[in-house]
Design a protein around this ligand. Structure first.
Ligand code: ADP
Length: 687
């Protein structure tokens, strides 16, 4: 149901970036990135920092991490300015600006820099330090007694008790992007919108869907005996290629031992990837989830391409075990003996994505189309993830209680097929932000040395994320949205009046490398956000703040308030539906924290109710119609409560206040989520 050819619109929008073979990484006026050094990528996401045994891959040296006996050679605390590269030029200008108060925030008459707590930054510390120096913000490497504006965490939201400011992780993100959870979230979307979500390979969850996997493969093979598929088995929560193996036959899955104790995803293997220099490669793209509600997504204009080190052949029984041919993980290929550390961003075993696009463009490939397909993939994937993230969010940061706001950089791993169609491999909640790579001095002896290509891409992503999250900028934006509010920071106003070039604290920085894609393209994608609206309904009926599962009373109230019971659906049948679905989901999900119905179980129940009520429509229309109906009845209920409240209070309060009170009385729906629940006149409800 591709309504208005978003690919075309997206492509048009990115045209400037991609013009004349210039890769999107290069902004107007920004020199093309051809001079950066290339190096192996130190991909060690924080949750993935444990050394792992890999099938047929040589033993890897331990990651040099904080607390490790073998400590990585850290960049010196006062890093000398980098050699003249685009980023370095900014640093030089920055040095000139020293002492002029740039980067310091003027408010209430005192100078105040943006403060960042980096005590939990772990492996992203080096890139963060460089970014903060470029921004001239104040770093607190050991934490701070007073609150900071921004907390930079290496691993997860739960690293600290934070009551204010902003933190660079969302609660629940790590759980959401695990292989099984991601597959489940995408499968719901594939059921609703099969064509729009065909960028994720068909997947089965093991062990629970093993029989289904066997049966479905047999069915397709019976229909087409020439079909000779390959599958890839990936342990849930695994990383760096750990425990991954390829199979030709479902019965080759290693059901004994590990699988029972370690769930996995088995997926169709993409056997025709795009090759460059006869090698398979994948793309790591950085995506900023700036806000969950309202949804705001940014994509970095450059990423990294990680190459295999053995020429690719389509899988056959002889090469199935060749990890250096089939798996693109840096952490594996660095040990192949053929890994090439190159001084150029466009050669070697790790290159910038922009260099790949340049090369494709020179061969006549429509790279605007490639980019727009990638943007589309990213937006759709985030849309699949947000409903459950909202449930985590309201549980961890209940409305009305003090807490930080969140943002997060995600690492999207994407494979380009030979046809140039991008396919999603996985999403990383903690993409490696290391800017050094391992260098083998002599056999088995490794040293970490700075990697220019990592530094160029990753420092830009961190620095520009911080620029977008700048609390002062946010304050200014809020002020410009509420012009009636007096400008309190006199000096901000002065700067604008005088036109002093120094008044722009970012004048010395390169143009921002993150591009907004949502809400920019919201119109083309909003129709996909059905599960998001279901999550709003779910959260409204959760009742007690802080829970993530719906109790039987909450489910009954949902049915009653939305007027879904009828002569053909008694409340007894509703109770049976609740018990049946809840029990099944609780037996398969890992999360046993609360009892009750999780969001996915609610979605299943919702699909069931929608199918019953609107039999003749396609699934997504059934579901959309039921959501409309529910939202309509709930808005009537809210209005009724509003009127009752007015009658009880003869000296009526101002309408906005009244509204907020009544809405919060109507349930536990967080005010930030009420927008999605506004009056919606369903044709079905009105007919
Ligand atoms: P990990 O988190 O362990 O790195 P991934 O899902 O990223 O797991 O898979 C590891 C590598 O395996 C990828 O980088 C890619 O090269 C390859 N791969 C993964 N899934 C597929 C697939 N469906 N088809 C082809 N190659 C794949």
């Amino acid at each position: 149901m591709w309504r208005s050819s978003p690919e075309r619109e997206l492509a048009a929008s990115w045209e400037a970036d991609a013009a004349a073979g210039r890769a999107p990484a290069a902004e107007a006026g920004e020199p093309p990135r051809v001079d950066a050094g290339a190096a192996g990528e130190p991909e060690r996401p924080a949750r993935e920092e444990q050394p792992k045994a890999v099938l047929q891959a040589p033993a890897r040296p331990r990651a040099a991490e904080e607390g490790d006996a073998r400590v990585a050679r850290r960049l010196p605390p006062a890093l000398p300015l980098a050699p003249p590269r685009p980023a370095a030029r900014a640093l030089c200008q920055l040095a000139k600006a020293r002492g002029r108060g740039r980067g310091y925030r003027r408010g209430s008459g005192s100078l105040r820099p943006v403060t960042v707590d980096s005590s939990k930054a772990r492996t992203s510390l080096d890139a963060l330090k460089i970014s903060l120096r470029q921004l001239r913000w104040k770093e607190f490497p050991f934490g701070r007694r007073l609150p900071c504006d921004i907390y930079w965490h290496g691993v997860s939201f739960h690293d600290n008790d934070i009551l204010s400011g902003q933190v660079n992780k969302f609660p629940g993100m790590t759980e959401m992007v695990r292989k099984i959870t991601l597959s489940r979230a995408l499968r719901i979307m594939q059921n609703l919108f099969p064509e729009e979500y065909n960028f994720y390979p068909r997947s089965w969850i093991l062990p629970e869907e093993f029989q289904l996997f066997v049966a479905q493969v047999r069915m397709v093979k019976d229909g087409d005996p020439s079909w000779k598929p390959t599958f890839i088995v990936k342990p849930d929560g695994g990383c760096q290629g750990d425990g991954i193996y390829l199979i030709k036959d479902p019965n080759d899955i290693r059901l004994t031992g590990t699988l029972q104790s370690r769930p996995a995803v088995v997926q169709e293997y993409i056997y025709k990837p795009l090759l460059i220099d006869k090698l398979k490669f994948d793309i790591r793209l950085y995506v900023l989830l700036k806000s969950l509600d309202p949804l705001e997504i940014y994509i970095a204009k450059d990423g990294l391409s990680r190459f295999c080190t053995e020429p690719y052949q389509e899988p056959n029984p002889q090469n199935l075990h060749h990890v250096f041919m089939h798996l693109t993980n840096y952490s594996l290929n660095i040990h192949s003996g053929k890994f090439i550390h190159s001084d150029s961003a466009s050669t070697g075993s790790k290159r910038t994505f922009s260099s790949i696009l340049c090369r494709l463009s020179s061969k006549g490939v429509d790279i605007k189309k490639v980019w727009s397909d990638i943007i589309s993939l990213v937006i759709k994937t985030v849309i699949a993830l947000t409903p459950e993230l909202k449930v985590f969010y309201q549980s961890d940061i209940p409305t009305g209680r003090p807490g930080p706001t969140c943002f997060q950089i995600l690492g999207f791993d994407i494979l380009l097929m030979k046809s140039l169609k991008p396919m999603l491999l996985e999403v990383n909640a903690n993409p490696s932000m290391r800017i050094e790579h391992e260098y083998e001095l002599s056999p088995g002896v490794f040293e970490n040395i700075p990697s220019l290509v990592d530094e160029e891409v990753k420092v830009a992503v961190i620095r520009d994320t911080l620029r977008l999250m700048d609390p002062l900028k946010k304050k200014k934006e809020t002020q410009s949205q509420h012009p009636e509010k007096p400008v309190t920071g006199k000096e901000d106003l002065d700067c604008e009046m005088t036109g002093d070039p120094d008044s722009n604290p970012e004048a010395h920085l390169p143009s921002i490398c993150l591009k907004q894609v949502f809400p920019k393209y919201a119109k083309q994608f909003n129709y996909l956000r059905l599960v998001d609206r279901m999550a709003n309904l779910f959260i409204r009926f959760l009742g007690i703040k802080g829970t993530m599962k719906l109790g039987p009373t909450g489910f009954r109230t949902f049915i009653r308030n939305c007027k879904l019971s009828s002569s053909s659906l008694s409340m007894a049948a509703v109770d049976i539906l609740y018990i049946d679905i809840t029990r099944r989901w609780n037996s398969v999900t890992l999360d046993q924290r609360d009892s009750g119905m999780c969001l996915q179980a609610f979605v299943e129940a919702f699909f069931f109710l929608a199918q019953r009520k609107f039999k003749m429509l396609p699934l997504h229309e059934q579901v959309a119609s039921l959501i409309d109906l529910c939202e309509y009845h709930l808005s009537l209920l809210d209005e009724k409560r509003l009127l009752c409240g007015r009658r009880r209070r003869p000296q009526s309060s101002p309408p906005q206040e009244m509204n907020a009170r009544t809405q919060s009385a109507a349930g536990s729906l967080a005010p930030r989520m009420i927008g999605a629940n506004k009056l919606s006149h369903s044709r079905h409800a009105l007919s």
